[in-house]
Design a protein around this ligand. Sequence first.
Ligand code: AMP
Length: 276
Amino acid sequence: MHPQTCGLVPTMGALHEGHIALIRKARKCCERVVVSIFVNPTQFGPGEDLERYPRTLETDLEICAREGVDFVFAPSAAEMYRSRQFLSIQIEALADHLCGATRAGHFNGVLQIVNKLFQIVHPAHAFFGQKDIQQFRLIETMVDEFNIPVVLHRVPTIREHDGLALSSRNRYLSPAERESAPALYRALQELSEGVLIREEGDRGDKIPKQIASARKKLEKAGFRIDYVSVVDYETLQPVGKMPENRQHIVAGAAWLGSTRLIDNILVTARPAGQQP
Ligand code: AMP
């Protein structure tokens, strides 16, 4: 540990145990921890939940104090976007699928704000959750291609006891929807087990069928599906079969009422006889 290392945990507030896991990871490897709290308007599309997004700054500040955070950066939108923004980061291919396919401009807004935060805070390390895996992959690409001197950390998804990934948006769920919600993770678990099983004569090209069956289960549980997909980790392009020794993402996004939930699992197929 370098005495001056600064770790940044970017958030939109309404902090929960998922954010706290990021903060604790940052505390372990950095001398100073900065948490940013900013509901970034440029990553919300028209008709999305920008206005109703939970804002709980007082409680967030208490959590940060309790967790030993050194600085909280909670700017206003007017401070972050002082004038019309003439530049934006263009994304090739990596936002064509998963959340990027239906949330036009979302990841451009994410990269815009994360880039600003990196320039303002100058962290040596930055911490993001696996829950937003496409976001992580895009930030990883931005850091690589723009040579930004920051080490990225991907923190595993923190879940409720029944498997539901923690999210600030879970508070929108009605009691009945909350009961159905863990079905998303269960469907992705079954799908990730399914895509890894190889039987005699299996050419490993059953993924579309397995996705169709996962979609059926989700629809039965009351979800309106945005996507269920298996994509290559590097390219974020959907695959029909899974080449061995390459990391893939089994991901899903689906609506319960007016709440959109996302989740994912990382999988790598290994040649028969090789340990997972
Ligand atoms: P948000 O406030 O939703 O923008 O999230 C801020 C950061 O926390 C992002 O890097 C998210 O991926 C991460 N995060 C959100 N939920 C979880 C979770 N359940 N487990 C781990 N990280 C999470």
